[in-house]
Design a protein around this ligand. Structure first.
Ligand SMILES: Cc1ncc(COP(=O)(O)O)c(C=O)c1O
Length: 325
């Protein structure tokens, strides 16, 4: 395997993030011991999974001598917020093309949470109606300055997924240190780069656990297609064989009525983890994935261990404040 040190990288996060058991939650609900891998504590602008991806993406941008960064997301994109913060840290101009994809016309959704932070970090925000308009705006930005570096939605290219190869290797060392052998590692999946990189990193480190991705953006089939493609590309980039298909799976039932729309289970998961452990989930990603895990835990070995990769997103709580009133 190619060493991750051979890829250009910038330092943005605080590593390793903690691995912590949810013992109070378990004493209330029973079931397996759930360990939180705290990537919500990644150390950049409220934290989250994009910090790891951005270390490699912005390393690549700097290595190419790029003059500015452009990326894409929904109005409340965590990826956009973390990109804006990372660009501020590196002194790079940042353009965010945000698509009005979630039908939530509240003041909180449109102005608070991540959207407020984008402005604080000094990003230039281009609000567009849909994906077609986003592509047109991206073309205009490329034409105006050919030195701009474009980051895929969610930072999900093979280069971005390297961040989660690193996370898989980091987690493998923590599991060994703490003597934990989880049956599965549960993670929210949208563009799939987090799941793909993690699957490759855990395989490279010899961890025998299934990565269970909970689809929160599109249905399970679409999400599995994205993850599969990114696993192949990421494994090729680091020079290993793609991990076997039985090492990962995608669960589709938590999506409910669609991206950014809460469900009864996601809502309950936020209160459960907040009040048992003092840990915040976000309404769009981690609450759906954690709610799915709680639902599935009654069928799991009560003496077993499972890891939940907490991918952050907490500013979303403020954007969805109306839902908690
Ligand atoms: C908090 C949070 N969790 C999970 C994800 C999903 O990551 P990926 O797009 O790599 O599947 C995202 C993506 O935006 C996110 O913001």
């Amino acid at each position: 395997m190619t060493s991750l040190d051979d890829f250009p990288r910038v330092a943005l996060g605080h590593w390793p993030t903690p691995l912590e058991p949810c013992d109070r939650l378990r004493s209330q609900l029973g079931g397996p011991r759930i360990w939180l891998k705290r990537d919500d504590c990644s150390g950049l602008a409220f934290g989250g999974n994009k910090t790891r991806k951005l270390e490699f993406l912005l390393g690549d941008a700097q290595a190419q001598g790029s003059s500015a960064i452009v990326t894409f997301g929904a109005v409340q994109s965590n990826h956009a917020r973390q990109t804006a913060a990372a660009c501020a840290r590196l002194g790079l101009p940042c353009d965010l093309v945000l698509t009005d994809a979630v039908d939530r016309p509240t003041e909180n959704y449109r102005r608070s949470g991540n959207r407020l932070l984008d402005d604080l970090f000094g990003a230039t925000v281009h609000l567009v109606a849909d994906n077609d308009a986003a592509i047109i705006r991206a073309g205009e930005l490329a034409e105006a300055d050919a030195g701009r570096y474009f980051i895929d939605p969610g930072g999900s290219s093979a280069v971005g997924a390297l961040g989660y190869v690193a996370a898989g290797i980091e987690l493998a060392a923590q599991l060994q240190e703490q003597g934990v052998e989880p049956d599965s590692i549960v993670v929210a999946a949208s563009t799939g780069g987090t799941s793909a990189g993690l699957t490759v990193g855990l395989a490279a480190a010899g961890v025998d656990a299934v990565v269970r991705s909970v689809a929160v953006y599109a249905d399970a089939e679409h999400t599995a297609g994205s993850i599969s493609r990114l696993i192949d590309q990421t494994a090729a980039l680091v020079g290993i064989e793609a991990p076997a298909p039985h090492t990962w799976e995608v669960e589709g039932r938590a999506l409910g009525d669609g991206y950014g729309i809460e469900t009864a289970e996601s809502h309950a998961a936020i209160f459960a983890l907040a009040q048992a452990e003092g840990v915040l989930l976000d309404p769009v990603y981690t609450a759906k994935a954690f709610g799915d895990l709680l639902g599935a835990s009654s069928d799991m070995d009560p003496n077993g261990d499972v890891v939940f990769l907490h991918t952050g997103g907490q500013p979303g709580v403020f954007a969805y404040a109306d839902a908690f009133a």
